[in-house]
Design a protein around this ligand. Structure first.
Ligand SMILES: [Fe+2]
Length: 99
């Protein structure tokens, strides 16, 4: 699993020494989501107009990562997340790939 992770664009998340330091934990999590947003944005930019299926899947995952980032960002007081828009058990972004 570590070898698989090491191929990702994002560094491993380093958790704070004090696991009760919730703001530090949230900053770690929000940065991990922001790295994922940058990664999937990059894939979208590489595939737009060239590889439609990869672009479509990457865009769906990008929307997921933006939503995750907004959850943690909201806990840090950076603004409302918009997670109230989520309805049902399956993501509106990736559900078409899960049939
Ligand atoms: Fe995520």
């Amino acid at each position: 699993m570590k070898e698989f992770h090491d191929t990702s664009a994002c560094p491993p998340a380093s958790l704070p020494k004090d696991p009760r330091d919730i703001p530090a934990m949230l900053r770690t999590l929000v940065e991990a989501e922001r790295c994922a947003v940058r990664g999937y944005t990059h894939i979208c930019n590489l595939t737009a107009g060239k590889d439609h299926r990869t672009y479509d899947l990457s865009l769906a995952i990008l929307n997921e990562e933006i939503e995750h980032e907004s959850w943690f960002s909201e806990f840090l007081g950076e603004g409302p997340s918009g997670h109230f828009m989520r309805r049902g058990e399956t993501s509106p972004f990736v559900s078409k790939f899960l049939r």
